[in-house]
Design a protein around this ligand. Structure first.
Ligand code: SAM
Ligand code: SF4
Length: 324
């Protein structure tokens, strides 16, 4: 399906819950957020129905996110159900990794294609300072198991001046010894992210080149998103840079988002979208829901304006309520 700027939309990010077992400082307020009522959160059956409808419209890739997707019950069953659609070619998850390791085998067997594990530091004390909990070792084990089972595994790191400036070179070093891509995502001024200073991608690349030597741009296709990849000599994985702030990539945007309470969100920056939960629950047919989605797509913004906010339709949701 195409939006009104001719962009092909084939990727749906699904937030399974607004609950999370961590409190990453740049994502979630220490006191938490006003949680959605359980009855407002889409059931797994409702999520599967939306994917079925969108699959028929051209969505072939989905990503499960949150909050923390692994705190949602029956996530393995959901992956299995999504895997039963023969034209869903990619089922990925973004997770903080704390609950991932014990389930990774089941998830792979259910049809999970890839995982992005978020990890901002290799120092247990800084892990606690950033997330509110000790857990770096657990995440590390999840990473190792995921690699061992051959699941496509990436590390996501958000470089934040005040939080993990000292860790970035070492985190990149993971891609030297393990076949994982390490991706640095520029901090976006969403919710608590507004209170911190992100580190731009170009600065990170300069720093990595000083430590690991010259790099080359990776020309091949890698992933379904906006990351640009580079290769360092002797590394098993690649380094990815996702630069929404310094090199906006909205012209290539291929994605829409579904919040845990069923809001079809058309752009990360804006609250523009449509409430699908009500349609799912008022007896609307698939045809009606499809028409509503197509109509909504006509309103997908051309670009985000994080650098120069327009002040209208800006989403007040925190990142934990959106899913990244
Ligand atoms: N809980 C899961 C996790 O942490 O991977 C999934 C949800 S989390 C919101 C998804 C991703 O968004 C994480 O990699 C996180 O680091 C990133 N993130 C959160 N707030 C952000 C912000 N303000 N700017 C950029 N990325 C952010
Ligand atoms: Fe939770 Fe992920 Fe946000 Fe951290 S980044 S608070 S793990 S949702």
């Amino acid at each position: 399906m195409k939006d009104c700027f001719g962009r092909n939309i084939d990727y749906l990010r699904i937030s399974l819950t607004d609950r999370c077992n961590l409190r990453c400082k740049y994502c979630m307020p220490e006191c938490g957020v006003d949680l959605m009522r359980h009855e407002d959160i889409l059931s797994l059956e409702e999520i599967v129905r939306i994917v079925d409808i969108m699959n028929a419209m051209g969505v072939t890739k989905v990503r499960l996110t949150g909050g923390e997707p692994m705190v949602r019950k029956n996530v393995v069953k959901l992956v299995e159900d999504l895997h039963s659609f023969s034209t869903i070619e990619y089922i990925a998850m973004t997770t903080n990794g704390l609950l991932f390791e014990p389930k990774v085998e089941e998830l792979v067997n259910a049809g999970l294609t890839a995982v992005n594990i978020s990890l901002d530091t290799l120092d247990e004390e800084r892990f606690r300072a950033i997330t509110g909990m000790y857990g770096m070792e657990i995440v590390f084990r999840a990473l190792q198991k995921s690699c061992m089972l051959g699941l496509r595994t990436k590390i996501n790191c958000v470089p934040v001046r005040e939080l993990n400036d000292a860790d970035l070179e070492d985190l990149a070093g993971f891609a030297k010894k393990l076949p994982v891509d390490v991706r640095f995502i520029e901090l976006m001024p969403i919710g608590c992210g507004k209170e911190y200073e992100g580190i731009p991608s170009d600065e990170i690349l300069d720093r990595l080149a000083r430590k690991y030597g010259p790099y080359e741009a990776f020309a091949g296709k890698r992933g379904n998103g906006p990351a640009k990849y580079v290769e360092f000599s002797g590394f098993l994985g690649k380094i990815g840079l996702i630069s929404p702030m310094s090199h906006a990539f909205c012209g290539e945007c291929n994605r829409i988002r579904l919040t845990a309470d069923g809001w079809l969100k058309l752009c990360l920056h804006y609250d523009i979208g449509v409430d699908l939960k009500t349609l799912l629950r008022d007896g609307s047919s698939d045809t009606v829901i499809k028409e509503v989605i197509l109509e909504a797509l006509e309103h997908k913004p051309q670009a985000h304006h994080f650098a120069a906010p327009t002040g209208t339709h800006e989403d007040v949701r925190k990142m934990v309520q959106i899913g990244g």
